[in-house]
Design a binder for this molecule. Structure first.
Ligand SMILES: Cc1cc2nc3c(=O)[nH]c(=O)nc-3n(C[C@H](O)[C@H](O)[C@H](O)COP(=O)(O)O)c2cc1C
Length: 207
């Protein structure tokens, strides 16, 4: 199924989806492959194809990853402390919901890139991360255009080494950059997010 979205609609409505994921509907492998093939068209910093996507459908592995995620998500939410209002309250509720249901989300996608960047100069770190993140975002856009949704998450990276063991990823040689839960969305209508005025963040010719 392809949604009837213009490019601008696709770019403005590919949202962080946590509560509106259909946990009961399987995601076909062919659809994931289409999205990954589109992701392969993204640019890399000359290290073309040092990318890897670990696509996790196995229920036990998803449960183990969800445990790692929760171990970070709950303390993170508590540290926020105090009264939560408006958008922050909505986001924390959504994160709690995700923590409780992550193991049920039918697919976890973990984009990875070859190399480890601890202690490396910014030039190298920026080039390596930017060699996989555009591809991973293309994957999310392609997924959205097919009625799928998800959310970019990094919580599990606090326990990256344990995740590597669960999935057989060679930790010393390969860096995980995110865990993206993927499912069909409940409904396909999403609104653009609220953003700060452009002039508060754009600098023309001078900071
Ligand atoms: C680098 C990065 C890391 C993120 N890590 C997490 C995470 O660990 N857990 C989570 O629930 N959301 C995570 N998010 C999602 C954000 O909290 C936020 O909801 C999202 O980027 C904004 O979505 P929206 O523009 O659709 O409102 C992350 C997003 C980014 C870009």
């Amino acid at each position: 199924m392809k949604l009837d979205l213009t490019p601008d609609e696709l770019l403005s409505t590919t949202r962080a989806v946590r509560k509106r994921l259909d946990l009961t509907r399987p995601v076909e492998r062919e659809v994931l492959e289409e999205c990954l093939q589109l992701a392969q068209q993204a640019p890399t910093g000359g290290y073309q194809q040092n990318w890897h996507f670990v696509v996790v459908q196995d229920a036990d592995k998803r449960a183990a990853l969800a445990e790692l995620w929760k171990q970070v998500a709950y303390p993170y939410l508590q540290r926020g402390g105090g009264a939560r209002e408006g958008m922050m309250l909505r986001i924390s509720e959504a994160v709690v919901h995700m923590a409780e249901h992550l193991h049920e989300v039918p697919v976890h996608v973990i984009p990875c890139v070859e190399g480890r960047f601890e202690g490396k100069p910014n030039f190298m770190v920026a080039s390596m991360y930017a060699s996989i993140i555009p591809a991973a975002w293309s994957f999310m856009l392609a997924a959205r255009s097919r009625g799928l949704g998800g959310v970019w998450t990094t919580f599990h990276l606090v326990h990256e080494q344990e995740a590597a063991e669960i999935l057989g990823i060679p930790y010393d040689d390969v860096t995980q950059v995110a865990l993206i839960p993927v499912a069909y969305t409940l409904g396909t209508d999403f609104k653009p997010g609220k953003r700060k005025p452009l002039d508060s963040m754009v600098h023309w010719d001078h900071w």
